[in-house]
Design a protein around this ligand. Structure first.
Ligand code: CTP
Ligand code: CA
Length: 227
């Protein structure tokens, strides 16, 4: 009976999902980014839409395609663009999932002209981007807020810290050092942790299957909150 849960609960819900990397511009021909493919976030959007949710998908630069009447896709480039897009749609959401791999730093200056090489070393000065998820956690009202954490060491411990620090309702922890998990892979293996610090391992499966398992748990926890 629990397999019917997400179909009933997600129907008509507003779900905001961010996916993919961000790109931080250095000059007209160069940028800094990361290895995120956007596949996990896109799978979440597809499955949520399939279960009848109204999905808003904020996507960084990715090669993924998506076509569903319930999905409204907005493409962004930088962490700053993603910040504004997320906050624009945030107030009316029931569920917010931050699967994007947001850059933690951006170059302090964006050069208007292509940089010419010089003798010796180059030092690029970087400044912190805003933590989008943290800012959403601070403004949280009715939203069930879910973060992702990409870790290579002390995976669970670091995930729990992020859950608390960012005022999340759940966090999906990803061990990106493991085979078949994370980034460009078509499969993933994660641990879902909710506010009660209840740990649930979701074994290696396709990102679509993982998306189903994550949404099933979000639906369950969202339902429990209103009991
Ligand atoms: N995140 C965000 N804005 C940022 C950085 C991260 O919204 N500027 C979000 C990510 O989308 C993810 C969560 O925060 O849902 C955790 O990202 P992660 O990179 O694992 O953690 P950080 O808090 O950035 O810490 P660190 O990279 O130092 O481990
Ligand atoms: Ca980070």
């Amino acid at each position: 009976e629990s397999h019917l849960l997400e179909e009933q609960i997600l129907k008509g819900k507003n779900v905001l999902i961010s996916a993919g990397p961000t790109r931080e511009i250095i000059d007209p021909v160069r940028f800094l980014s990361n290895r995120s493919s956007g596949k996990m976030g896109f799978a979440l959007a597809e499955v949520a839409a399939h279960f009848g949710a109204n999905v808003t998908l904020i996507a960084g630069p990715v090669h993924e395609h998506i076509q569903h009447p319930n999905i409204h896709r907005i493409d962004v480039v930088s962490a700053e663009d993603m910040y504004h897009a997320m906050h624009k749609y945030y107030p009316t959401q029931d569920i917010v999932i931050k699967a994007a791999a947001v850059a933690d730093y951006r170059p302090k200056v964006v050069h208007k002209q292509k940089m010419k090489k010089q003798e010796g070393e180059l030092v690029l000065e970087m400044v912190r981007t805003q933590d989008i998820l943290q800012s959403l956690g601070e403004k949280k009202q009715q939203q069930f807020l879910v973060g992702f954490a990409a870790e290579t060491t002390n995976v669970i411990e670091n995930g729990l810290k992020k859950l608390k620090a960012k005022n999340l309702d759940a966090i999906v922890v990803n061990d990106v050092s493991e085979q078949g998990a994370g980034f460009a892979s078509d499969t993933n293996k994660v641990t879902y942790i909710n506010r009660d610090e209840h740990l649930e391992k979701i074994p290696l499966a396709s990102k679509r299957e993982i998306a189903k398992e994550i949404l099933r748990r979000i639906s369950r926890d969202l339902e429990d909150e209103f009991k």
